[in-house]
Design a protein around this ligand. Structure first.
Ligand code: AMP
Ligand code: MG
Length: 394
């Protein structure tokens, strides 16, 4: 029997088949979750000039003991007020530019006003530059604000905007067709006969993609016959990725591989040393990459996490596209693994990580209760309770 392909080899081969999609320039307000296709260079310095971080009074540090005569007011959104001289101060508000002659701000809580005369009342005495945000203290014009491959999170988008960007150049969103197959499948919510089940994977995989820059469409519940499958695959060929669900094993009614081959698809790999998810297949059909996920919900979820999601992130331009591994202490003894890497549905919390007793990949009750996939590499020795293990948060 042909040995199974090690997980990391399969992941590498999938990415090696893929090409980053071309970039497009879009308004910042529409770029949430996208990946930068090139470095974002700042067009301005922040702050552009020295400004106050507090509501208070602008003074010269050399004239720090006061009293001062109030000669002006500086507020955010106005050009700097007139310069101050020795013995003078200006009222200043958060975000206002410091007037010439001032280098320090005294908090308003630390002064007493007597008409136009301002007295210092509090110890300690002012510290030079206290409550001043210096020009370029955050970044300077021409700096690289965000590197190519960065995900435009809420905070990254804020940074892009403050750096002067109105548009950003990002990788295009991959177009994805989700083709599910199985004579037993019925639409969500429809009545089922005992020999039927609702097509839960279609909605589940679509929901997984909703977190990513991806345009997906569902071609649901294709019958287990070659003609129907060929027609479904053909109709999906304008997509960057075709994901099939179900029918990926070697049973008489597992027709994804035969249909794929009939249309001239080229298999790159099939059968991975992992549990669940062994029947995963990947290849190319015309310009589309094809990933065939097994139909059991647990297997579909794990293989989508390890293959489909990284592929989408890669195509869309992500620098870090592989799943993030975290670590935790196992709350239970974990048996040794053999040829296959294992991904145990588990619950992680502040006490550690607990793998569920049942790892049946058909059980959605287990998958839905899990918030982590506990990773057990192939050929791992038994792990005692209390050992450090890796997991992927889901
Ligand atoms: P298969 O990979 O086609 O052999 O399917 C394995 C198991 O997953 C079977 O019990 C199928 O009924 C189930 N299954 C296949 N596709 C789906 C789907 N879209 N939603 C829910 N279960 C599915
Ligand atoms: Mg099937």
């Amino acid at each position: 029997m042909k040995p199974l392909l090690p997980l990391e080899d399969a992941q590498r081969r999938l990415i090696a088949m893929a090409k980053r999609l071309p970039s497009e320039t879009i308004p910042v307000g529409e770029a949430s979750g996208r990946y930068l296709a090139k470095d974002l260079v700042t067009k301005r310095s922040q702050p552009a000039a020295d400004m106050s971080a507090m509501d208070g009074y602008a003074i010269a540090f050399d004239d720090r003991n006061g009293p001062w005569e109030l000669v002006g007011e500086c507020k955010a959104g106005s050009p700097p007020c007139l310069p101050i001289k020795k013995g003078q101060t200006a009222r200043i508000f958060t975000g206002a530019l410091l007037p010439d002659g001032a280098d320090t701000v005294v908090m308003q809580e630390n002064v007493k006003t007597d008409g136009a005369i301002i007295h210092l009342i509090e110890d300690p005495s002012p510290v030079k530059s206290r409550h001043v945000r210096h020009a370029g203290g955050d970044f300077s014009s021409g700096d690289i604000a965000l590197k190519a491959g960065t995900k435009l999170t809420a905070a990254a988008l804020g940074h892009a905007v403050i750096a002067g960007a109105g548009t950003v150049t990002v990788g295009r969103c991959p177009k994805i067709a989700i083709v599910s197959t199985g004579d037993e499948l019925v639409a969500p919510g429809d009545d089922t006969q005992p020999h039927q089940i609702p097509a839960s994977n279609d909605v589940m995989i679509t929901a997984m993609l909703a977190q990513l820059p991806a345009q997906s469409r569902s071609i649901s519940r294709i019958k287990d016959d070659i003609e129907s499958l060929c027609a479904a695959l053909e109709s999906a060929q304008n997509c960057d990725i075709i994901v099939t669900i179900g029918g990926a094993s070697v049973g008489d009614h597992d027709l994804v591989a035969p249909a794929f081959k009939k249309l001239g698809g080229k298999t790159d790999f099939w059968k991975i040393a992992m549990k669940p998810g062994k029947p995963l297949m990947a290849g190319q059909l015309g310009d589309s990459l094809v990933i065939a996920l097994p139909g059991n919900p647990g297997s579909a979820f794990v293989t989508a996490t390890l293959f489909l999601l990284p592929l989408i992130r890669y195509l869309a331009g992500a620098g870090d596209y592989m799943p993030v591994m975290q670590s935790a202490i196992t709350n239970s003894l974990l048996p040794a693994t053999h040829q296959r890497a294992e991904f145990l549905r588990a619950k992680v919390d502040s006490s550690g990580i607990t793998a569920f007793d049942s790892q049946d990949s058909a059980k959605l009750s287990v998958l839905a209760a899990a918030n982590a996939l506990l990773y057990r590499p192939a050929q791992s020795p038994e792990q005692e309770k209390g050992a450090k293990v890796s997991y992927i948060a889901i």
